[in-house]
Structures are given as C-alpha cells and as structure tokens.
Write a protein that binds this ligand. Sequence first.
Ligand code: CLF
Ligand code: SF4
Length: 508
Amino acid sequence: MKPRLPVLDAAGPPSAANCGFAGGCGDAAVTPPALPADVAARVASHPCYSQEAHHHFARMHVAVAPACNLQCHYCNRKFDCANESRPGVVSERLTPDQALRKIRAVAAAVPQLSVVGIAGPGDPLANPGPTFEVLERVKRELPDLTLCLSTNGLALPDHVERIVALGVGHVTVTVNMTDPEVGERIYPWALWRGRKVRGRDAARLLSERQLEGIAALTARGVLVKVNSVVIPGVNDLHLAEVGRRLRGLGVFLHNLMPLISAPEHGTHYGLTGQRGPTAAELEAVQRACQTDVKLMRHCRQCRSDAVGLLGECRSQEFTLAGLPPEPAQDAADVRAAHRAAVARRRAADEAARQEALRAVPAAAGALTARVAVATKGGGLVNQHFGHAREFLVYQAGREGARLLATRQVERYCRGGEGEEDTLAAVLRALSDCQAVLVAKVGHCPRGQLAAAGIEPVVEQAHQPIEAAVLSWFAGYAARVARGEVAAPRPVPAPVEVSPEPLPVAAAS
Ligand code: CLF
Ligand code: SF4
C-alpha cells in the first residue's frame, strides 16, 4: 500500500513553523499534520517546493534545452519556454560544458544555492542528451545540490526511469487541461514520433502522456509539482477539474500561474488579444482549486537562466563572458554553513511568530486583514518601499499569517522621473491591502498610501515577516475593536487544508 502524504504546505522540516499556513498556523485546532520527515527534508531547502524556504535558498537554471516538441499559443520560440518563464526574455543558451562552468561559478559565489534546475528555453525532455548530461555531472561533481526539472510532459513517460535513476527528486509538469476540447484552444500541434499531430488529437495525446508520466513519477517517489497557466475564457473554469485529477495522482504542489500576454511578445495569444487574468480572477481560480492539491503562491515565473533567490535576478552577474576562466574552488562547506544558519534562524523566527500570535486579541474574532510586505530576502521586512520591485501579500487573522500572492511592481524610487505614475500603479497593486510593512518609506508615498487607505508601517522593520504581520494585526484588531478604524469588507479566506490526506508514493 502506498504511504500517505498529508495535504499541507510543502514548507520545510516538520515543526509548527511550517505546518501549512505560509510557514505556520499557530492554532492547534487547525494545525494540519506534519510532513513525513523524509519528504520534509527533501523540500526544506527547495525554494519552489517550500514557501518558507524561498526566503533563504536560491535556485539556478541552466538553459541547455533549446528545442521543443510542442506549440503553445502563449509561446514565441524566440523567447524562453513560457511554461516556466516570463515571456519576452531570452536566456543565454549553453552547452553542457558551459553549463557546468556556470554552475561551479554560481555555487562558489552564492552560499544560498541549493537547487540546479533545467527549465528551457525549450522543453528539457525534447533535448534529453544535454539535459541528462548536465544532471549527471552535477550529481557527480556537486552532490549537495538538488536536481530539478520542468517539462511539458509530452516525452515524460519515455524518461521516467532515467529521471529516477539519476535521483532527480523534483519534477514540474505543465498541465493546462485534461479536456482535449479545452486543450485544442491552447495547443495547435505536438510533434510525436516524427510527425505533427494537430488540434484536439494533439491535446488528447499531450494530456494522456502528461497524466501517464505524472503517475509513473509519483509511484516512484518523485515529488511532482504541476504548473497551470490560467487563461481567462479558455481554461480558467476547467482548472478545478484539473486540480481534482492531480490530487488523485499524488501531485505534491499545484502552481496556478497567470498568463502573461502582450502583442510585443509575438505569441498567438498576444497577437489575438487574449489577456491574462486580473489578480482577483487568479484568486478566484485558486479558490476553486484550493481543496485539492496544496497551492504554490510564491512563484515568480522566472527565466530559464535565472540565478538567485526567487525574487531577485542575478543572471547578469553570471554570463558566460563574465565567468572566471578557471573552475572556481567549490564552497560546499560554505553552503552547508548557510543551511545550518538557516535552521537556527527558522527556529528563532518560529518562536517570534508564536509570541506574536499569542498577542492577537480574542476580540479579533473572524477579522482578517491583508498586509503587503517589502522584503529583499532572509525572511525579514527589510526592503525600502521605494526600492521594492515586488510585495508579498499576506492574509492575517487569529489563525496566523499566510501568503496569498506576490505582486510585481515597478520600482517607485527612480530619482524623480515618472515617480507619480509608478506610485499610482503601486497603489493599485496594493489596493486590497490594509497595511504595507517596509524598512523605510519616504514622506510623499507615506501620505499617498495613507490617503488610499493603506497604512505604511515601519515599526516592524527588520523583523521576521510572519511575526511582523501578526504584531501589526494584533494592534489593528485592537483598534478595530475600539472603533478607531473600520473593519475591511470580508474577502473569502483561502482554505489550505484538504479534507483527506493525499496519496503519494514511497520516496526513492
Ligand atoms: Fe526551477 Fe521550476 Fe525547479 Fe523551481 S523554477 S525548474 S521548480 S528550480 Fe520556481 Fe521559477 Fe516558479 Fe518555476 S519560481 S517559475 S516554480
Ligand atoms: Fe514554448 Fe515551452 Fe510550450 Fe514548448 S512547451 S511551445 S517552449 S511554452
């Protein structure tokens, strides 16, 4: 009989700190069971599989897979694979030798590095030679790094044995539909055994191969994450059904990614005016899917040569031309020291979170608030408002603080030019939030935030994020109780705990 995996956040070693609500929930009555220790250990330092880990650990992609066996309507082959990447960016293509040089250089320079992934620029499994060569060499030369792979799934069943044999324990498959009628509006063709299959037949074939490959991987203990691109009017109403199918297959995590579509990307969708979802539409799809597989909410739709923490982009520091001529001295000991330091840090942050949660007054009742946070990593409120390129939006309540979304914005502080327009866009992006927690904020934006009903908060600067969110919420709840501020209009709360455990296969 297959071992069972509890449905909860993929968030690090079993402790109250990562019990499922974006790093902790705090209320014993709603605390879901901890992950099995072996699974927890496998996601503890993976920034995509663990929301909590993404504050502390970095991934890098090597763009060794240029070809693709599929056409998606949101993809332009001049750019990266848009299944796992933001359209409109081009990655530097690498040979396996170049990829290894780059990996050694990044591993020596970035102590947070924990994962090497292959995610494009085409489909990694349509380029099995370079893909598996790189994975094999990393496994041999840098064994402390976790191997990761992302694929459209068409060729997946053919490669399951090799993936498992190599010890690739994390695989992402992009599943946008299980209904070929929906699929034919996303995929015009697939390349199959040397011929082009078109329309509904292509979608049916793709779906069958994806589901077969996922089932084979989970049966072998691989942790499978599914990415689904949310395409309004095409698959948005169908994705809850997709989520139900994934649950039955033992999928670990479901990542609902907004379609990014613009005419300048040159994609079919971009050129025909197919838009992406609004933040509210994306949330609605997430709500429809939330009773199935645990949702990922911290994806940054990164490029296929991404380097760094998920919210930062350091790929320009590690271009081929800029790499050191000699292989860098490896720094496995420095990476190990970072992991140990993060473990200590997590324990301290969890203690702070628990204390902050105890301070939330019982009078808060069912009150919740949305709180935006500016961070540049380390799990702290440590970014200036004007320097932030993204905000993490948490929902706070008596049960704890949980991440709802990441909101990308343009940096407001640009030396004066265009700042008013940028600030207006930031205010729109945070319009559903009651507060924004920052390290610092200037006089002008402070006034405009307050005028927009968003409280700028600097008192929590350099505090651990969830403790900071809960500390602010405790004061806010007290003010609401005293009638000093009006309670926000309630928004539907995301429910992250599924009613039944999710089946998963034994670890390999
Ligand atoms: Fe890369 Fe993907 Fe592995 Fe992560 S990305 S192959 S699982 S190491 Fe992560 Fe980037 Fe989102 Fe992908 S943030 S696009 S989910
Ligand atoms: Fe583009 Fe990726 Fe789709 Fe291939 S699988 S067409 S590279 S988005």
